[in-house]
Write a protein that binds this ligand. Structure first.
Ligand code: ADP
Ligand code: MG
Length: 335
């Protein structure tokens, strides 16, 4: 099978063709030298790309379904974190060989998530080599309304969607570092392999948020990005960290460490001004299908980037070691 047949068979989906007018903004999709996409005059293009390499970003035995889901989700998550609407994506696929069972599973799952999130595959590239998947997502935002990392102000409340640390616990379980019940194991491993991009939440919060980031590298690290860009510090209430039942079943110190430092959750972390908090609670939090939790406040009292708990202990300084490569080693570390 040649490259062209492969593209036709697996990536030229019924809902993606260059002569259909139900495809929002797709003037030319797959099949020409490049895609042509239509923007409205009051919109800006928001775009992001992420690459997943076998053996680096996912274990070699990861099912094709999970790879497809994760490759698209992590990109959609970046679009959500910008408060943008995801519209189109391109796929650069490097395959070691043409494995039809793998390609069918990959394309079926990619198409399912694309349909669910209303994004259209408009092009890509197919090459031979070690397995690697790059997806570039494009979305739109009203002119100058993108949610940036730089907008947090002292006094703003810090919120997070969903629960934290589940994916890292899932990884620790796969690697044999944690022994979980079958139910907890299934939940956390699904959180790792099938993350949900918080697109609807990004849309719901965009009128209120002053800054936003998606939690891909752990709460402390990603909050640190907001703080550095916003030239601020923060106080976090550890008692408020949203923990799933699975993390609640762990020792509380260990659960907090996963929630603070575990990566791959793809939840949205954002700030809302204190004076908008009540309206935000009424209009968004109470109605939102995904849990949204206030976990702390932006401050100007400490060094830029510093994150303290409510007892004044610096969570990012030495003596509170969250940053071991192997998070399970943290059990033994001093706090
Ligand atoms: P070119 O040689 O001009 O780069 P290609 O042969 O690489 O063209 O691709 C032909 C068409 O198929 C283009 O529209 C391209 O965007 C699309 N395409 C190639 N690979 C993929 C893929 N993996 N998924 C979706 N579209 C693809
Ligand atoms: Mg090409």
């Amino acid at each position: 099978m040649g490259e062209f047949d492969l593209i036709e068979t697996y990536f030229r989906w019924d809902n993606v063709s260059d002569d259909s007018d139900d495809l929002e903004g797709v003037i030319i999709g797959i099949g020409d030298d490049a895609a042509v996409l239509q923007l409205e005059s009051n919109q800006q293009l928001v775009t992001s790309i992420d690459t997943l390499i076998s053996g680096v970003h996912f274990p070699e035995q990861t099912p094709a379904a999970a790879i497809a889901h994760k490759a698209l989700s992590v990109n959609l998550s970046d679009i959500a974190a910008m408060g943008a609407e995801a519209k189109w994506f391109t796929l650069a696929l490097t395959l070691p060989d043409v494995d039809h069972a793998w390609l069918k599973e990959f394309s079926t799952n990619l198409k399912a998530l694309a349909a669910e999130t209303s994004v259209n595959l408009v092009g890509g590239d197919t090459t031979r080599g070690s397995l690697s998947i790059s997806i570039q997502v494009m979305g739109t935002v009203k002119n100058n309304h993108a949610l940036l990392r730089s907008g947090a102000k002292p006094g703003d409340k810090i919120f997070v969607t969903g629960t934290l640390g589940d994916a890292a616990v899932g990884l620790a379980s796969i690697q044999g570092h944690l022994d979980l019940s079958n139910e907890d194991k299934a939940f956390c491993e699904a959180r790792l392999n099938y993350p949900t991009a918080r697109l609807e939440d990004g849309d719901a919060i965009k009128e209120y948020a002053t800054s936003c980031i998606d939690v891909s590298d752990g709460l402390l690290q990603d909050l640190g990005h907001i703080l550095k860009k916003s030239k601020a510090s923060a106080v976090i209430d550890l008692d408020k960290l949203p923990l799933s039942e699975c993390l609640q079943n762990l020792n509380i110190d260990l659960a907090n460490k996963y929630a603070l430092s575990g990566g791959d959750d793809y939840e949205l972390l954002f700030t809302v001004p204190a004076e908008k908090q009540q309206m935000f609670t009424e209009k968004v939090i109470k109605k939102n299908p995904t849990q949204i939790t206030m976990i702390g406040e932006i401050s100007n009292q400490y060094a830029i980037g510093a994150i303290l708990n409510s007892h004044g202990i610096n969570l990012t300084g030495t003596g509170y070691n969250h940053f071991s490569d192997d998070i399970s080693d943290n059990d033994k570390s001093d706090k």
